[in-house]
Design a protein around this ligand. Sequence first.
Ligand SMILES: Cc1cc2nc3c(=O)[nH]c(=O)nc-3n(C[C@H](O)[C@H](O)[C@H](O)COP(=O)(O)OP(=O)(O)OC[C@H]3O[C@@H](n4cnc5c(N)ncnc54)[C@H](O)[C@@H]3O)c2cc1C
Length: 269
Amino acid sequence: MASGEWIGCFCLSEPNAGSDAGSLTTFAEDKGDHWEINGVKNWITNGKEAGVCIVFAKTKKTPDYKGISCFIVETTNPGFSIIKEEDKLGIRGSSTCQLAFDKVKVPKDALLGDLEKGFRVAMATLDGGRIGIASQALGIAQGAFDYAIRYTKERVQFGAPLSNLQGIQFMLADMSTKIGASRLLIYHASHLKDAEQPYSKESAQAKLFASEAAMWITTKAIQLCGGNGYTKEYPVERMFRDAKITEIYEGTSEVQRMVIAAAELKAIH
Ligand SMILES: Cc1cc2nc3c(=O)[nH]c(=O)nc-3n(C[C@H](O)[C@H](O)[C@H](O)COP(=O)(O)OP(=O)(O)OC[C@H]3O[C@@H](n4cnc5c(N)ncnc54)[C@H](O)[C@@H]3O)c2cc1C
């Protein structure tokens, strides 16, 4: 996968298990010499291109996360199929699919990590992934900001470039400040991860702040470009649509707030 020969996908979400991922119902049954996996996964990024899936499935029927195990499943396995590809608002260059696992047989050593400790694998992946989504949000925000700066310096109204107006400059200053704060939160979480320190709260903070900043900044970038910004001819329209997903996947903004509040409530007695 690191060499680019294989594309992977991460299969946690299901039709009835989104923010409450622990309630998933995909089941992997121990058949003696192999596992048999049955279930449906929703919203899977790269579902169409992937050669291998990381699949979270229960190996014990529990109402919560405790019976979840994690499996490596190749998409050439009989029983694997793509039910549908989503038609999305943004990130249209990336496939998002609903996948079916119908009596998919995998060998015993397809189990990743310990039996019934799969939720830990999922949460650890998301802690790291959230730094990635925060960085995606930062990149979108920086791109929209750079475009808006250039546009306001070129566009002349009332006899001078828009960028000469203090009302416009104040908007640019707020955009710049939110970008700077996002960048530092991302660097802080990344530094803790590199240093092998706990970083779950910090990655949630980086994702929460950077994604909401990206949504705000791309909205302002359209505003600064006026009618042009609202058209598909100008890139800020796409950036605005792409920014929205960063507030939703790898845990919504509400889920990030739950993670942050839980960490603070645990830390301070
Ligand atoms: C484009 C795209 C790509 C994705 N890629 C993947 C992927 O590769 N792998 C994967 O496993 N999943 C993936 N997802 C799924 C994504 O992680 C979920 O959509 C997300 O976690 C939210 O789940 P849900 O859509 O079921 O919303 P729900 O959980 O139904 O939430 C709906 C709303 O209710 C709010 N809410 C829910 N619970 C609470 C609460 N306790 N307190 C306050 N508010 C709450 C949510 O924040 C949200 O605003 C992807 C989704 C999209 C759209």
